[in-house]
Design a protein around this ligand. Structure first.
Ligand code: NCC
Length: 276
């Protein structure tokens, strides 16, 4: 049901979604206090030029997938929220280059977030749902979850680990493209961590392989590969416009339907490789 050709859609994403991390120049973050907390290096300096990247969804369908080796063969691997690797290497691999977490986890699960060694590997990025196309200052005054103190506490405990705050601009730039390419009205909530992570990696990598975002033959109502919890909404979406995200990703897939069926694998080009 997408309206644009895959090529045009890739160009729209490349040109209209501005993926950036919060910097000193971003209004309320210009204080000397914030200067001590925001990482000195930019994200692209921290990761360098990435070739082949993997994005690993947290879906239950990763269970028994044996995709671990294939995932680890990528130059960089992105994971989400509290998705573990220990004990699940055979299915999800063990490499974590970047972990994208939502502000709810950082705030509501703060004690776990500050204590769990799981979060100490790789580069951390936190994002928070902002009001539709709000200015940074407006969002800063009223974040969805007030994660700023928890972010600072983590930075004090782990000053050497790169930890960024995703500029909230991108979520609505991406949402607009989702809406423009859907025949139905979609809920006015930001895209899922999964979709944000896919677009983030498209800005950093030459190629992005996404695992079990589009479910394989292992599709299940089990929400996560690491929990016993069942909920259909995890795969289809409730708060996040997940179904529309998945349609968009399917439309841009450069891999085969066979790869989706057997590996839950979608292949997308990095924006550097997109010519408009
Ligand atoms: O579940 P969550 O997502 O952490 O999953 C990360 C991303 O994987 C994709 N996914 C997950 C499960 C599934 N069956 N199919 C999938 O395609 C999605 O793209 C998803 O974004 C989030 O997006 O941040 C989310 O976070 C959780 C929760 O906050 C964190 O896990 C921390 O505990 C949300 N769950 C709840 O609030 C109960 C979830 O709605 C969205």
């Amino acid at each position: 049901n997408a309206k644009l050709s895959p090529e045009k859609l890739l160009c729209q994403l490349r040109d209209r979604v501005n993926v950036s991390m919060i910097q000193r120049s971003d209004g309320p973050f210009g204080t000397s206090e914030w200067q001590q907390y925001l990482p000195g290096k930019s994200l692209s300096e921290a990761v360098g030029h990435l070739g082949l990247c993997a994005v690993v969804s947290s879906a239950g369908s990763l269970k028994s997938s044996h995709l671990g080796q294939e995932i680890d063969s990528h130059d960089a691997v992105l994971r989400f929220n509290g998705a573990p690797v220990r004990g699940f290497q055979d299915d999800v691999g063990q490499k974590t280059t970047i972990r994208l977490v939502n502000s709810q986890l950082v705030t509501v699960e703060e004690q776990q977030f500050l204590r769990e060694p799981l979060y100490n590997t790789g580069i951390l990025i936190v994002w928070d749902p902002a009001p539709y196309h709000a200015e940074i200052r407006e969002w800063y005054r009223k974040p969805d979850y007030n994660f700023f103190e928890s972010y600072k506490a983590y930075r004090r405990a782990h000053p050497e680990q790169p930890f960024y705050i995703l500029n909230p601009k991108m979520q609505w730039q991406l949402w607009d493209i989702l809406q423009e390419n859907s025949l139905e009205h979609i809920q006015p909530n930001p895209p899922s961590s999964g979709m944000l992570g896919i677009v983030l990696m498209m800005t950093l990598c030459d190629q992005v392989d996404v695992y079990e975002f589009l479910p394989s033959k292992r599709q299940t109502d089990i929400c996560h590969y690491y929990q016993k919890f069942h909920d259909h909404a995890c795969t289809m979406g409730a708060y996040h416009p997940l179904l529309f995200e998945k349609n968009l990703v399917k439309h841009m897939n450069q891999g085969t339907d066979e790869d989706i069926y057997t590996h839950g694998k979608v292949t997308l080009p990095g924006f550097r490789k997109v010519h408009c």
